[in-house]
Design a protein around this ligand. Structure first.
Ligand code: ACO
Length: 328
């Protein structure tokens, strides 16, 4: 019996033009290139220009994904946009993107799960498609974290960057047979949150509490400690749901927060580093944009090809974390 799957048929990315390297960061706060590279693997980050909003980045990434999939915006049924840095408190940034793309039917909304937002958005979109409520869904991760950073706090401002990535999901008939190379599309997703960890990573403002945007606050060591444990366990759960083993993975596309978290998780899972897509050195942590930005790079340069098993994972504020495994 065949099953309805959500196939990733196109990827797109956009990074703002302005690049701030570690030397420039060292002129802003008391830090060094050596400290940042050795603790995080980050060498530079892109930062949105004045007047360049999350929706502007999202529209560019989404247009590239539609072009890659040879699909018109008018044929898209829904947009699910993951962001923690919307243009405005409301309406959803996804609706701004909808209008800009010229999509005059269907529906569009935002998902807020911070760094895990893209995995959450994929899970939501996958459910719409497998339930038969949509044929084509644009899933976007877009952020302007530069706008919520405390640029005088060296423990956080060196870690983040701006950007956007997008994928188009299209309904596809799969065999439903575990391990079958023709069973293409999203095979499983797994989501978790644990709200007890709010104080380890949060923004200290918002419309209801302070009526200000607020700035990002983080206990980096605590986040680090939870990240490797949570990420490796969610990878195991996601694979088990799909009836796959670690050895079945062709590519891991992790959230790009810190090279040490990426390496530590790969070691714990006994995954060869050659199978792990890394962009954190050039993009820094772009929150919900990081996984689709890395996907677009690995698809664009020909590493990820049809039939490959691709494992995506992320963790961030909440804590919220999740995994998604797809056959390309
Ligand atoms: N430059 C120079 N020195 C610094 C800087 C900096 N930018 N930032 C902190 N330091 C100092 C600290 O003040 C401290 O000094 P002290 O010993 O005199 O007090 C010293 O460096 C060591 O600081 P630690 O916090 O012990 O450094 P650590 O090795 O834990 O690395 C880091 C810090 C990079 C933040 C790490 O904890 C980390 O990556 N945590 C994960 C955070 C993360 O990735 N968050 C993203 C969102 S969540 C997610 O996406 C998974």
């Amino acid at each position: 019996m065949t099953v309805r799957r959500a196939l990733i048929s196109g990827c797109g990315a956009y990074l703002p033009e302005r690049v701030i390297d570690n030397a420039e960061m060292a002129a802003l706060v008391d830090t060094t290139d050596e400290w940042i590279v050795s603790r995080t693997g980050i060498r530079q980050r892109h930062v949105a220009a004045e007047g360049e909003f999350t929706s502007h980045l999202a529209v560019k990434a989404a247009s590239a994904a539609l072009a890659a999939a040879d699909c018109q915006a008018t044929d898209v049924d829904a947009i699910v946009l993951a962001t923690a840095t919307p243009d405005e408190t409301f309406p959803a940034t996804a609706t701004v993107v909808q209008a800009e793309l010229g999509m005059v039917r269907g529906f569009a909304f935002d998902v807020q799960a911070v760094c895990s937002g893209f995995i959450y958005a994929l899970a939501v979109a996958d459910n719409f498609i497998t339930a038969g409520q949509a044929e084509r869904v644009l899933v976007i991760g877009a952020e302007t974290f530069s706008r919520i950073l405390d640029w005088s706090d060296r423990t956080t401002c060196v870690l983040f960057g701006d950007g956007a990535g997008a994928v188009l999901l299209e309904a596809n008939e799969g065999s439903g047979v575990s391990g079958d190379p023709s069973d293409r599309g999203i095979l499983a997703t797994q989501l978790h949150t644990d709200g007890r960890h709010h104080d380890m990573l949060y923004v200290d403002g918002g419309p209801s509490s302070t009526q200000t945007t607020g700035q990002l606050r983080m206990l980096g060591k605590e986040v680090f400690r939870h990240a490797v444990t949570n990420l490796s366990s969610v990878v195991g759960e996601t694979l088990a749901k799909a009836g796959l083993e670690t050895s079945d993975i062709d590519w891991v596309v992790p959230h790009q927060a810190n090279k040490r978290i990426i390496d530590g998780t790969a070691r714990k899972l006994k995954l060869a580093s050659e199978k792990v897509v890394v962009t954190v050195d050039r993009h820094a942590n772009t929150s919900a944009a990081s996984v689709p930005l890395a996907l677009a790079e690995a698809v664009g340069d020909g590493r990820i090809t049809a039939g490959d098993v691709v494992l995506m994972e992320a963790m961030g504020g909440g804590f919220a974390w999740g995994g998604c495994v797809a056959r390309w």
